[in-house]
Design a protein around this ligand. Structure first.
Ligand code: HEM
Ligand code: HEM
Length: 180
């Protein structure tokens, strides 16, 4: 019962992705306005922490997006050997992950925009590689969103989406671990 309601609610949002995207854009713009207006230089430490939090939540969203694909692959290859009750739970989990995937992906993109702009506003000194990989990964996340919202229009788009998600991971690892 609770599961049915959850599935219905997520489906409702998923069926209105464009509206969801516009609302997220609006909220992102408002948040940016307040951050830019009220976070003065002496609050730069707080600004940095808020920026980091945006980045971390975006990374969690990306992780859940990715887990849909990984979980689906495991299920497709090993699903037959599961008992009926475990199979039912796995199917439900997979449905929730599939339905929430584009929603979390869009949220991720706007969190990345807020993260990047907040880190730049905080005017702290960082390695150039953090910015280089950050901007490349943010650009990839934009393409992932645009392609993801049109993924059913052609087989090639699905393939590009998958390849880009691989480069997203590489870019993210470069952003977090490389320093030069
Ligand atoms: C728009 C381009 C980006 C810029 C300018 C940027 C900037 C930064 C900076 C300066 C830091 C260093 C924070 C520190 O070590 O104190 C950072 C950390 C981080 N960034 Fe980005 N970033 C960008 C894109 C991204 C993307 C695409 C992701 C992927 C989700 C991401 C996720 C993170 C995470 C998880 C951290 C670590 C946060 C922490 O230490 O708690 N960033 N970013
Ligand atoms: C940014 C917004 C995003 C949107 C709108 C989006 C949308 C979609 C949609 C509609 C599907 C098809 C789901 C299905 O099988 O029914 C899909 C599949 C997929 N997505 Fe995304 N996605 C986004 C972000 C991401 C991110 C951040 C990643 C990973 C880093 C990712 C990785 C994948 C993968 C690997 C697939 C499976 C492709 C295949 O079927 O071969 N997506 N996405």
């Amino acid at each position: 019962m609770m599961y049915d309601r959850l599935e219905k609610n997520i489906s409702n949002v998923r069926n209105h992705l464009l509206e969801f995207n516009l609302i997220s854009l609006f909220l992102c713009a408002i948040s940016f306005y307040f951050i830019d207006t009220y976070m003065t230089v002496n609050l730069s430490h707080l600004l940095r922490e808020i920026g980091k939090a945006f980045g971390s939540i975006a990374a969690v969203c990306a992780g859940i997006c990715l887990s849909y694909y990984i979980f689906r692959e495991i299920y497709v290859h090993n699903g037959k050997s599961l008992s009926t009750s475990i199979n039912n739970i796995a199917k439900k989990l997979l449905t929730i992950l599939r339905l929430s995937h584009p929603i979390l992906g869009i949220l991720m993109f706007y969190l990345i925009v807020l993260h990047g702009s907040t880190m730049v506003l905080s005017e702290s000194k960082y390695w150039a590689s953090i910015f280089i990989f950050g901007i490349i990964t943010a650009a990839i996340s934009f393409l992932l969103m645009i392609i993801g919202m049109n993924i059913n229009k052609s087989k090639a788009l699905r393939q590009y989406h998958k390849i880009l998600s691989f480069f997203f991971i590489i870019g993210y690892l470069g952003h977090i671990f490389l320093r030069f």
